[in-house]
Design a protein around this ligand. Structure first.
Ligand SMILES: Nc1ncnc2c1ncn2[C@@H]1O[C@H](COP(=O)(O)OP(=O)(O)OP(=O)(O)O)[C@@H](O)[C@H]1O
Ligand SMILES: [Mg+2]
Length: 327
């Protein structure tokens, strides 16, 4: 089949700007519907986040896009080709860090990365550069089996990046990283985005998704519950702003009587006022004794995420038991 046959005709030739097009993809493991008719399009150069509770189907979807798993139904187009059956021409163009990475454990960090680089015909300079980018230069001669969990995670990330792929998949790359390494990785990833790479990123750190991603899809029980920029999702949710006051400023009843306040309660040592009209409430508080000690907390992606996923029953016992791994 030619490329024009596999990519549906699209007004404005969107296919040329599209890195990944997933249409109606479903996947079932036994009685567990891991993905249910998922459709999405990821643009070239986009930093795309996949969020969702444990068991929502993120890894399954990523592995289908990577060509590591076959979908039961639907179509998948990655950089103009189908990743399944195993598409060897596509492999050097993809960088893949899976949630459970495999290593050559008897090799040193440097040897491991050099081996991976050789598979992709990347040069020695790329090995050194990538070791430095993930902060592993000091551990280059340590055997993989003697690296800490976070250092192994860095090596897995380095293995996904060493051949400078166009499209990078990272499945919870910061799960085992310390706060400094996490921030360092953000900088590496921002550099890759600036260089025009496309990044598909799963994470449970919502601050991270908010800081890095152009758009995020929130998966709940195998379906896309929301898909937009973090800012768009927060705006559309109409989540309230919280104003935090010293508790001695007024009683809960007095706070609830302030025009524009929807709810008030004492929480974490503060009197918390929830409002959708924070400007109006701030003016009222100012008139009632000034704004000293008043803090504002606007809605975040985490608020939206918790709203969307709070009803989810993923991970319930009957399904959670059905986790034997099969290709
Ligand atoms: N190989 C497999 N065999 C059987 N069931 C599986 C397999 N892989 C995943 N599942 C099940 O499919 C569902 C989706 O799993 P998946 O790993 O895609 O979720 P996830 O969103 O990546 O979760 P997490 O945040 O925990 O990584 C889960 O219920 C899981 O138990
Ligand atoms: Mg996963």
């Amino acid at each position: 089949m030619t490329e024009t046959e596999t990519v549906p005709a699209d007004p404005g030739n969107r296919a040329a700007d599209t890195a990944i097009h997933v249409e109606g993809v479903s996947k079932r493991y036994g009685s567990r519907q891991a993905l249910d008719a998922v459709s999405l399009r990821i643009d070239r150069g986009e930093f795309f986040g996949l969020l969702g509770p444990d068991g929502a189907g993120k890894t399954t979807l990523v592995e289908i896009m990577e060509g590591l798993r076959q979908a039961d139904a639907g179509t998948v187009d990655v950089l103009g080709g189908a990743p399944w059956p195993r598409n060897v021409a596509l492999l050097p163009r993809l960088g893949v860090q899976t949630q459970s990475s495999a290593f050559f454990v008897r090799q040193t960090a440097h040897e491991h990365l050099a081996t991976v680089a050789a598979l992709y015909r990347a040069d020695t300079a790329a090995v050194e550069r990538t070791l430095a980018a993930v902060g592993l230069v000091g551990r280059r001669d340590t055997r993989v089996e003697n690296l800490s969990g976070g250092q192994r995670q860095r090596l897995a990330i380095a293995s996904a990046l060493v051949h400078d792929p166009e499209l990078i998949f990272l499945d919870e790359p910061t799960a085992a990283l310390d706060p400094q390494a996490r921030r360092d990785l953000w900088e590496v990833l921002r550099g890759l985005k600036e260089a025009g790479r496309t990044i598909v990123y799963t994470t449970h750190h919502l601050d991270e998704a908010e800081a890095l991603c152009d758009r995020v899809a929130i998966l709940v029980e195998g379906r896309i519950a929301a898909l937009d920029s973090p800012r768009g999702l927060v705006g559309a949710a109409g989540a309230p702003t919280s104003l935090l006051l010293p508790p001695e400023r007024m009683t809960v009843a007095e706070a609830e009587a302030v025009p524009g306040v929807d709810r008030a309660e004492v929480r974490g040592g503060s009197l918390v006022l929830e409002t959708k009209v924070s400007g109006k409430v701030m003016s009222a508080l100012d008139a009632l004794g000034g704004l000293d000690g008043v803090q504002t907390r606007t809605a975040t992606l985490e608020d939206v995420y918790l709203q969307l996923t709070s009803d989810a029953t993923t991970g319930d016992i009957p399904h959670a038991q059905n986790t034997e791994h099969q290709a």
